[in-house]
Design a binder for this molecule. Structure first.
Ligand code: PMP
Length: 399
């Protein structure tokens, strides 16, 4: 008998499966709103000018590619700390943060999960209901029992903040709570600063372990605004985890550039934590790759490139907002009477459109418009060329 005779076929990733279905669709008017990727107004994946310029500079002075340190490029880790916590923040200056370069935001989450499992093997993990698909899978595969805290309020198109706080209040000390720092995936609904204050209070009072997933900094309100939640956790004097992704904010999806930062009580403690994070990395993939992190470090630490990046990021953010407004306007024009203005209150790349699975399947089958069955659509894949057709199709299935 073959060694693999008993291996079962694993289920397809639901969103990547949707992509395969999209690619096989022969409808010339098909639109892919299932992806978690920002496309520009021409429906193209952008190569940011700041990235192209950093790469040009890097090519002018080509470097040999030795192994990086286990925790990555030092200048990159510092740049991440500056962006996430503020270069002049007390935690950064006091070297209380252990930061490691990671393989995208996913890599940052996984390093954190593996470290947490060693630290507290019996801890439970709570994710939002619903959450990014991979949160549950990733923490489950790291050996944790994963539960949920209340989040999406389908009836009122928002967040069940009271129920969320009550769930956190009930969690045992040491429970790891995964929180979306901004631009909640998949719903698009973020907590207000006042609601964050309440979350921070409960987390502190109950002795929970906050793990902030920051995959979209700059896509919501702005770099500082989206990062403001970090300042709330710092001000409360908590120890916490932050995973960072530059996949979207630099349009560097395939380079796998991210990080994990762990805020500790002292620099001495951060040193010990860093040594453990390095073991996790060393025993998984030894050390990270060079190119993407060098690009990001160059952009973030070169003033002219940094302002260009901020401008380009603002451009992406503004375009998404304009598409939200335009979608609501077009739906109204297409005869939808329901109030869909909630779409403009949502933040980031995604919108929980409120459409049910049957309506989403009709969008695919009858109109070649691909979104997720949960009703999630990627607003960042809308553009002036496909907007009217998408609105007309949505209107047809809503009515
Ligand atoms: N967290 C969330 C909430 C995400 O939406 C994503 C990307 N879809 C990630 C993490 C992972 O980002 P990366 O592609 O950088 O691994």
């Amino acid at each position: 008998m073959s060694l693999f005779a008993a291996v079962e076929m694993a289920p397809r990733d639901p969103i990547l499966g949707l992509n395969e279905q999209f690619n096989a669709d022969t409808n010339p008017k098909k639109v892919n709103l299932g992806v978690g990727v920002y496309y520009d107004e021409n429906g193209k994946l952008p190569l940011l000018r700041c990235v192209a310029e950093a790469e040009r500079q890097m090519l002018e002075a080509p470097k040999a590619r030795g192994y990086l340190p286990i925790d990555g490029i030092a200048a990159y880790d510092l740049a991440v700390q500056g962006l996430v916590f503020g270069a002049d923040s007390e935690v950064v200056k006091g070297k209380r943060v252990a930061t490691v370069q990671a393989l995208g935001g996913t890599g940052g989450l996984k390093i954190g999960a593996d470290f947490l499992k060693r630290l507290n093997p019996s801890a439970r993990v709570l994710i939002s209901d619903p959450s990014w698909e991979n949160h549950r899978a990733l923490f489950t595969n790291a050996g944790f029992q994963v539960g949920t805290y209340a989040y999406y309020d389908a009836e009122n198109r928002g967040i069940k903040a009271e129920a969320m706080l009550a769930d956190l209040q009930e969690a045992k000390a040491g429970t790891v709570v995964v929180l979306h720092a901004c631009c909640h995936n998949p719903t698009g609904y973020d907590l207000t600063p006042a609601q964050w204050t309440q979350v921070v209070e409960v987390v502190k009072a109950r002795g929970l372990v906050p793990f902030l997933d920051m995959a979209y900094q700059g896509f919501g309100e702005g770099i500082a605004e989206d990062g403001a939640v970090i300042q709330q956790f710092l001000a409360a004097g908590l120890d916490f985890f932050v995973s960072t992704s530059f996949s979207k904010s630099f349009s560097l999806y395939g380079e796998r550039v991210g990080a994990l930062s762990v805020v500790c009580a002292s620099s001495e403690e951060a040193g010990r934590v860093l040594s453990q994070l390095k073991i996790v990395i060393r025993t998984n993939y030894s050390n990270p790759p060079t190119h993407g992190a060098q690009v990001v470090a160059t952009v973030l630490s070169t003033p002219a490139l940094r302002s260009l990046w901020e401008e380009e990021l603002a451009g992406m953010r503004t375009r998404i907002r304009a598409m939200r407004e335009a979608l609501v306007t077009e739906l109204k024009a297409a005869g939808v009477e329901q109030d869909l203005s909630f779409v403009t209150r949502q933040k980031g790349m995604f919108s929980y459109s409120g459409l049910n699975a049957t309506q989403m399947q009709r969008l695919r089958g009858e109109f070649g418009i691909y979104g997720v069955d949960s009703g999630r659509i990627c607003v960042a894949a809308l553009n002036p060329g496909n907007l009217k057709a998408v609105a007309a199709a949505m209107a047809a299935v809503i009515k």
